[in-house]
Design a binder for this molecule. Structure first.
Ligand SMILES: CC(=O)SCCNC(=O)CCNC(=O)[C@H](O)C(C)(C)COP(=O)(O)OP(=O)(O)OC[C@H]1O[C@@H](n2cnc3c(N)ncnc32)[C@H](O)[C@@H]1OP(=O)(O)O
Ligand SMILES: N[C@@H](CCO)C(=O)O
Length: 381
């Protein structure tokens, strides 16, 4: 069975509508943990124009289940609208009159860049054979994309959550190639708490009978129950306890009766909300990518083999901006404070929000202010 014959539809495959994607082959990539990928393809989108000096490019890094579609509507080739819709365009914080904005789907993803659902050299999907990758491998692939586009040095590299991991890794691995690095709701290393929340998610996917050891594509199924449980667990960590209490309280889902006589009928509204997000992710995301990317996040530590975080960040002479969401329980703001404390000259900002970690996706106004300030110079009022 080839990739194009696969019956599961939750990932992009050659032959599908490209949407706004462009593609480039970046060749073989040697991986940090050993082994290599023989022929990596990168899917990316761009906005604006690269100037002659090649010094106006900004790289936007997506989070775990995002992709290259930062801006623009849903439509053919795009299951969802841009995840930062409103931030890219003329006069916007990522001002396309000034900047050439680039976003790529990450290595290991499922929206056009090589990942577990892609075709291996034998024509079968990689599936369980897809190697373990790290955030550093993902940045190595993005550096090849930069080379292809003729970008020696980024005016800015920015992202939130897993995107922030890649942004800070860019500044550390390629300090000479980044002017301004903006790290939102993220961290210099995956914490014990983040790794702990991740574990039951990965177990849930692998325990799904439809997982088939990771080679479910060839069975014409996908481990959507496991992926759905993973998303439910994750989604709770992305939101704030107070927000859930305010929004849902102890309400029953409309038309359902969670407190029926047997106590087993119907759902609470908050359960229905989680069911909704689980179903939505299953319709647009590949479970193997979820595993591979989660493990890449667990690997994240800019200080690994570099004498620790402080020593690693000392290599970066550019402008570093970090901002935590004040209600984030997964990437608490103290992790941004910690980066600022370890790296003199860092600009520390905060994102007030009642939404928790997802505040970096929702609080577009504040995020836009921080980006504008970082890329233009001058303080936010
Ligand atoms: C970088 C990236 O993450 S890229 C991809 C974009 N991100 C995601 O998809 C991550 C998952 N989604 C989210 O985290 C959030 O939905 C965000 C951050 C995108 C947006 O947050 P919010 O605007 O607060 O949306 P919220 O979490 O309330 O979800 C709204 C959805 O829940 C549904 N919903 C709300 N209450 C209920 C309920 N009781 N029962 C069922 N569904 C419900 C709404 O109908 C809405 O559905 P829709 O998105 O299909 O239109
Ligand atoms: N909602 C985000 C959270 C991870 O940062 C995502 O799904 O990518």
């Amino acid at each position: 069975m080839t990739i194009t014959d696969l019956p599961t539809a939750s990932f992009w495959r050659p032959g599908d509508h490209p949407g706004d994607r462009q593609f480039v082959g970046v060749g073989p990539v040697a991986l940090e943990r050993g082994g290599s990928l023989p022929d990596v393809t990168v899917a990316y989108e761009t906005w604006g124009t690269l100037n002659e000096a090649g010094d106006n490019a900004v790289l936007v890094e997506h989070a775990l289940t995002g992709d290259a579609h930062v801006e623009g509507p849903a439509g053919p080739g795009h299951a969802t609208p841009g995840w930062w819709d409103g931030l890219v365009g003329p006069g916007r914080p990522l001002d396309t009159r000034r900047f050439f904005v680039v976003a790529s789907n990450v290595l290991g993803g499922c929206q056009g860049t090589t990942g577990p659902s892609s075709e291996a050299p034998d024509g079968r999907p990689w599936g369980a054979r897809f190697p373990a990758i790290t955030i550093r491998d993902q940045v190595a692939v993005e550096a090849r994309l930069a080379d292809h586009l003729g970008i020696d040095r980024w005016a800015g590299v920015l992202g939130g959550s897993m995107g922030g991991m890649r942004a800070i890794e860019w500044a550390t691995t390629h300090p000479q190639r980044v002017d301004t690095c903006i790290v939102l709701a993220s961290t210099a290393y995956a914490t014990a708490d983040q790794i702990a929340w991740c574990q039951p998610q990965l177990l849930a996917i692998r325990a799904d009978p439809r997982f088939h050891g990771g080679d479910y594509y060839e069975h014409g199924v996908a481990p959507l129950d496991g992926l759905g449980i993973a998303r439910r667990i994750a989604h709770v960590t992305y939101r704030h306890e107070g927000e859930l209490a305010e929004r849902f309280g102890r309400e029953a889902q409309l038309g359902e009766e969670p407190l029926g006589s047997d106590g087993r009928t119907g759902r609470f509204a908050v359960e229905s909300y989680l069911d909704h997000h689980a179903g939505k992710l299953g319709a647009r995301f590949d479970a193997n990518s979820y595993l591979v990317l989660s493990e890449a996040m667990n690997s994240h530590d800019v200080g690994r083999d570099r004498g620790g975080v402080g020593a690693a960040l000392a290599a970066f002479a550019g402008h570093l901006v970090v901002a935590g969401v004040d209600t984030d329980r997964l990437y608490p703001a103290r992790l941004s404070d910690e980066i600022a404390a370890l790296r003199p000259g860092t600009t520390l900002r905060h994102i007030p929000s009642r939404f928790g970690h997802d505040g970096f996706l929702i609080e577009i106004g504040r995020v836009g202010e921080i980006i504008r300030e970082a890329l233009a110079g001058g303080p936010v009022p």
